[in-house]
Design a protein around this ligand. Sequence first.
Ligand code: ZN
Length: 372
Amino acid sequence: MQGKMKAVVKTKPQLGAEYLEVDIPKLLPDWVLVKVRATAICGTDVHIYKWDPWSAGRIGAKALPQTLGHEVAGEVVEIGNECRRIKVGDYISAETHIYDPGDLTSLLGVFHVGTHMRILGVDTDGAFAEYFMVHESVCWVNDKSIPPEFATIQEPLGNACFAVCGYDNDLLGKSMLITGDGPISLFAIGIARTAGVAKIIHFGKYDFNMEIARRMGADIQLYTNRTTPEERLEFIMDNTDGNGVDIALEMVGSQDSIVDCFAGVRKAGRITAFGIAPESPLPVDYNNGIVFKSCQIHGISGRKIFDTWYRDRALLASGRFDPSPVITHMYTLEDFEKGFKRMIERPRVSAKVILFPDPMELKAAKKRMGMQ
Ligand code: ZN
């Protein structure tokens, strides 16, 4: 398809992005062209928008201009001549880790962390546009009953699903500590609830997000900014018969939160490490927190491809999992600045922000969500 489209483009190595008219991407043989129905702002987009040290190092000024965004739902309008699986008209979302099938990890069935893996919207142009191009191998066909404002959140929901389930998916009747206020912590609470976790302890900081966490199913909560590490450990022990939680999800990436998780998990429990620390390495209590506890540590970078997609699609289509409390703001793509402002504001006043290239899609989504 030839022509022009609107896109949110990172043009300069400094704060901000621009809403520009650019060329519709020229299709490659094993890629597909997608008309975007909804796209969501991720923490990664905020890093790139701010152009912090991570994005300056990871992307670099030389790669600019580059279109932002990777969380997406849309309709395939054109396929490259080598595509076999995806068809024109398919309603898809995209796994953002564009894996290399030749990597050792891919050959062993672990696709999300390959040596040559590239990330949509980080290593390629992204989805904050009327159209975007994606490799056929990472397209995920959505159930048509899932509205675009839900289909677009399956990428972070996959992180939450993988964090909660771990590799053993041994959850029923267990206790879980979930730390953090971000959308993935909030989704994780809902997934844990849906999966049969019996006691969900949530540690957060901001009133706005603590309220959403309760709506998603948190049983008991504690403010980390109003308590000491000793008080938090006592709280965990008091609520787990003095044993500690079966599973602790570290989703903040701060020293305090790491201490909470390693101290608060029970012997032979599981810690899932998802939060990214601004500085690394960080100290942990190696002897008492890991070795003598005989605990399992599960690091997460991405989702289990396509296991988490398969589960999340079914949960959303069945209505068994409702993400709507986490979706707090929706705007047109043109109004992307408003979305980024909401995401950056502290104390937090938002969770998930969704953008729509077509104002009519926004209107329909607002009606479905009962938003003004
Ligand atoms: Zn994301």
